[in-house]
Every structure is written in structure tokens, then in C-alpha cells.
Design a protein around this ligand. Structure first.
Ligand SMILES: Nc1ncnc2c1ncn2[C@@H]1O[C@H](COP(=O)(O)OP(=O)(O)OP(=O)(O)O)[C@@H](O)[C@H]1O
Ligand SMILES: [Mg+2]
Length: 273
């Protein structure tokens, strides 16, 4: 375990207990209810996948988890602690990192300045760790190392996606929330990004990954949750998911295609975390 990680309150949940537990959460805007009581768990070290079509409530779920959108009812428990009413800032201080939908890098700042902002909580916690973390993040994303001084707004979509993930890693998160990292990227850029995300997951960082690109998402998630009109329609270990059922719960029927069956078949052999 790294020095930086030690200086933060580390998860002490009992063995097998979820790191994050979302229970019956509802949320909405004005008279509209968007989330109708959603529940799921994230076990330490696991990549929790949330899939769903446009408007299913995926980003609202992420907003509630980030503490930006209030839960109207239900509970969010992290490591045994009820965080439902906790501010977004305090959640970040718990070791939560966010890669928001649309990346939202600061276009007028350089790559390195963006990374420095991502290290805001790290620098407050343990200032001396910043250079080491910067070095390790830049090693993980060589394209960013090459372009440290380039303005983020002038980078390609794929490079900005890498920067958004890298920026979140600068706080050495225990739990990372990633909202549709693949949106708008070419298949090649998506593949590179998912390779990077998988490598992050392999270091033991727990993750909640929201994706519309089911074929890519299924390659790195441990659990599959399908969200439809603000309800969890399917919740299973990836090994247990059947392509037909997935298409049906997503509401796309057989449109998912044969590629999905191949990915699911390739995951059957993976051992459970
Ligand atoms: N600030 C808001 N005010 C009113 N309605 C909102 C607001 N944010 C989201 N919604 C509504 O909540 C629903 C779910 O939106 P959400 O952004 O969670 O969808 P999503 O699953 O992330 O879709 P996408 O894949 O397109 O990003 C949509 O009907 C959306 O219009
Ligand atoms: Mg969204």
C-alpha cells in the first residue's frame, strides 16, 4: 500500500462486505422522478458496470453518488458509513474519484495543470507525494507525458478522455466513478482507453463504470447492472449474463449483435474476484 493511501482513512469494511452499498435510492427534478429506487453493491476491487440506453438515468445515478444531485430517499453507505447526505467535497476526501460524462477537462489549461487540479485533495493530504503520483500517472499515459504543456482543449477526443481518467487518478482514489468514457471516440481510441481502465482496475481500485458501449464495457466489468427508466432491470455477475436477456433488459431486443455473445463467452472463464 502506498504512503499516500495510508494517510487517508482506508476502507475497513468486514471481509466480503460491500465497499459501496446503494439502497432504494430515488431522485428527480421538480415533479419528475428519474430514479425509482435503485440498489446495487460494489465489492472492494470490483468493477461494477451500469448499462442503459440514453435517458435511462445513468448519469443521474452518478450525480447522486457524487453528491451533486440529492437522493430523495434511500441510502448510500460507503465502508459502513452512511454518506447519503454528505457533500460532494467530503465524498472526494473519502477517496472517491470522478471521470464525468463529457470528460470536462479544463480546455484553457495545459495537460499538467489539469493533472495538478486533479491532485487537489492529494496535495492537501500529503503534499510530498505529488511528484511521485504525477510520475506514475504520466507513465500510465505516455501520450500525456509527451504533451504535458499542450492546452487540453487542443487535444483529440481520445487524448482528452485519457486526461480525464488520469486527472481522477491524481487523487489516488479508492473508488473511481467513470461515466461513459467511450462516448464519441473511435474504436481504436476506445480500445486504448479501456486497456488503461482495465490496468487501473487491476491495481485494485474499485470502480463504477457507466457505459452505453456494451461490447467494450463487458470486457472489464465484474458485475452487470442494466438501468431502464430509472430502475435496475438486471443485476448479475458478468459470467452469468446471457446475451438474449441483456438485450431484452436493455430494451434493444436482438439488436446487440453477435459481438456481445463473443465477449460474454470470453468472460465465462474469468474467475470471480
Ligand atoms: N437537471 C435535470 N433536470 C431535469 N431533468 C433531468 C436533469 N438531468 C437529467 N434529467 C432527466 O433525467 C433522465 C435521465 O438522464 P440521465 O442523464 O441520467 O440519462 P443517461 O442514462 O445518463 O443517458 P445518456 O446515455 O444519454 O447519458 C432524462 O430523462 C433526463 O432528461
Ligand atoms: Mg449520461
Amino acid at each position: 500500500m502506498s504512503e499516500g493511501a495510508l494517510s487517508r482513512t482506508e476502507p475497513t469494511a468486514a471481509e466480503g462486505a460491500p465497499l459501496l452499498s446503494v439502497r432504494d435510492v430515488t431522485a428527480g427534478f421538480g415533479a419528475t422522478t428519474v430514479l425509482h429506487g435503485i440498489s446495487f453493491d460494489v465489492v472492494p476491487g470490483e468493477v461494477c458496470g451500469i448499462f442503459g440506453l440514453n435517458g435511462a438515468g445513468k448519469s443521474v445515478t452518478m450525480g447522486v453518488l457524487a453528491g451533486i444531485i440529492p437522493a430523495r430517499s434511500g441510502r448510500i453507505v460507503y465502508n459502513g458509513r452512511d454518506v447519503t447526505a454528505m457533500s460532494a467535497e467530503h465524498r472526494v476526501a473519502l477517496g472517491w474519484g470522478h471521470v464525468p460524462q463529457g470528460r470536462q477537462v479544463f480546455p484553457q489549461l495545459t495537460v499538467e495543470e489539469n493533472l495538478r487540479l486533479g491532485a487537489f485533495t492529494l496535495r492537501r493530504r500529503n503534499k510530498s507525494r505529488y511528484p511521485a503520483v504525477l510520475t506514475s500517472v504520466l507513465e500510465r499515459f505516455p501520450i500525456l507525458a509527451e504533451r504535458r504543456t499542450q492546452l487540453a482543449g487542443t487535444m483529440s477526443g481520445g487524448q482528452q478522455a485519457s486526461l480525464a481518467v488520469a486527472r481522477a487518478l491524481m487523487s489516488e482514489p479508492t473508488l473511481l466513478f467513470v461515466d461513459e468514457p467511450s462516448a464519441g471516440l473511435s474504436p481504436l481510441a476506445i480500445r486504448d482507453l479501456f486497456t488503461a481502465l482495465k490496468a487501473v482496475a487491476d491495481t485494485g481500485v474499485s470502480m463504477v463504470l457507466v457505459e452505453q458501449n456494451v461490447a467494450f464495457g463487458l470486457q472489464i466489468v465484474d458485475t452487470v447492472h442494466v438501468l431502464q427508466t430509472g430502475q435496475v432491470k438486471l443485476a448479475k455477475a458478468v459470467q452469468d449474463v446471457d446475451a438474449g436477456e441483456l438485450g431484452e433488459r436493455l430494451g434493444v431486443g436482438r439488436l446487440l449483435g453477435a459481438g456481445i455473445e463473443q465477449v460474454l463467452a470470453s468472460r465465462k472463464g474469468d474467475s470471480r474476484g
